[in-house]
Design a protein around this ligand. Structure first.
Ligand code: OFO
Length: 172
């Protein structure tokens, strides 16, 4: 069974993943209002991924015989200065999430909970991808500068993102 400390850490992370979903949903709405439908799509799908992460962790706590705890989800910001600010905030947020994920993996290691450590390794890899993906978008935004045509091209690229469930249902 999962220890009380790991149950608390994973429950807090479920909450943090749902907050991430809220944050990206709020950003998606803001991007849509700016007329950037592709960016709104990218952020909406990001939000769906966060829900999948939170639900996956919740199910894992149950699978390990523990009971998750729940707290209020923090209110996300609603006003953003523009696209650059949105993606700078996404990167800063994901960097914080990476620290949280690493801290849970460290705790699992300290408790010699190899199963939980292994479970967290998926998220360690995921965070590398998350940060790289956002850095890629920020690099493009820097190159684009004030060029509206190039911004719309990037928006079109972001429109192509589709939701792929990271944890497809297991066959019974
Ligand atoms: Fe759940 O990966 Fe982003 O926060």
């Amino acid at each position: 069974m999962l220890s009380d400390n790991l149950t608390k850490a994973l429950s807090d992370q479920v909450n943090a993943e749902y907050y991430s979903a809220y944050l990206y949903l709020s950003m998606s709405a803001a991007a849509g209002r700016l007329g950037l439908k592709g960016t709104a799509n990218w952020l909406f799908i990001q939000s769906q991924e966060e829900i999948a992460h939170g639900t996956h962790m919740y199910e894992y706590v149950l699978e390990r015989g523990a009971t998750p705890s729940f707290a209020a989800i923090e209110q996300p910001p609603a006003l953003f200065a523009g696209l650059n600010e949105i993606f700078e905030m996404v990167l800063a947020h994901e960097q914080k999430v990476t620290q949280r994920i690493n801290a849970i993996a460290t705790l699992a290691m300290q408790e010699f909970d190899h199963a939980c450590y292994q479970f967290m390794m998926w998220y360690v890899d995921e965070q590398v991808e998350e940060e790289a993906g956002v850095n890629d978008i920020l690099d493009k935004l820097r190159l684009i500068g004030d060029n509206k045509g190039l911004l719309l091209a990037l928006d079109n690229e972001l429109a192509a993102r589709v939701f792929v469930h990271p944890f497809p249902a297991k066959a019974n």
